[in-house]
Design a protein around this ligand. Sequence first.
Ligand code: ZN
Length: 298
Amino acid sequence: MTDATIAAQVRYETPAPHIARIVMARPEAHNAQGLQMTYELNAAFDRAAQDNDIKVVILAGDGRNFSAGHDLSGDGGKTWQDFPVVGTWAGFDAKGAEARYGREMEIYLEMCERWRALSKPTIAQVQGKCIAGGLMLAWVCDLIIASEDATFKDPVIDFGICGVEFFNHPWELGIRKAKEFLFTAEEITAQEAASCGMVNRVVPRDDLASVTLALAAKVASKPAFALKATKQALNHVQDVQGRRNAQMHAFSLHHLLHTHNELVYGMPMDPNGLPETVREKVLARVAKAKAEAAKAAE
Ligand code: ZN
């Protein structure tokens, strides 16, 4: 089976019996995630969940890098009202902190919760760079297969933020390594990630897709309902350990810092720590938004 359905930024494939492969198909932007990518991913996960023939789902990315994280260049003129919002916050264009809180609650935190809670086992297939928001996409999957060239990094402390929105670092790396990872903003290799338990297997880049598919096929050979129950039992272990409560606390601090940066720098991040190319994009977007707000107020 090689059926593939292509949306604007995500491709849905069925590469083998009972297996769906969701592919982020925006390699020119290193699969950066804006609203379009988010809602296409959500639709693809829903499709896999609702197809009784599918038992295992792979999440992959086209190109050199798995994901550069959230798209800081904006949404190409589209707003939340162009997409099928699934949560109950909405109002991404409200005044003050309400807009950002609602937006990030929906498209980052709750989407990640939703995808993590997909009833069927999921496998992230990670190559190249997996940065910030890209970590969240890998982490919501049940298994992670990384190629030898894969690296992982959450640099948001450099921008005056305390870790990405889906704050799963301690559950992935252990508390002490998570502290080093976040305090230093240094990248870790696939091998280091595997030694912490964050990655299941590290394989040569050329073998990444085939090893992931073979693992998916092995999992798909098991009884569907038992797979779902096993996944739910394991996810619940983290939840009774307090994962969700800890993440909500981190999410509140994350938004305190967005608001703090807004007060100090006039934008949700400290621009001094942004890489130059990203800083230009963010400053341009902020200037445009301010000009539009000023025009609207005239
Ligand atoms: Zn944020």
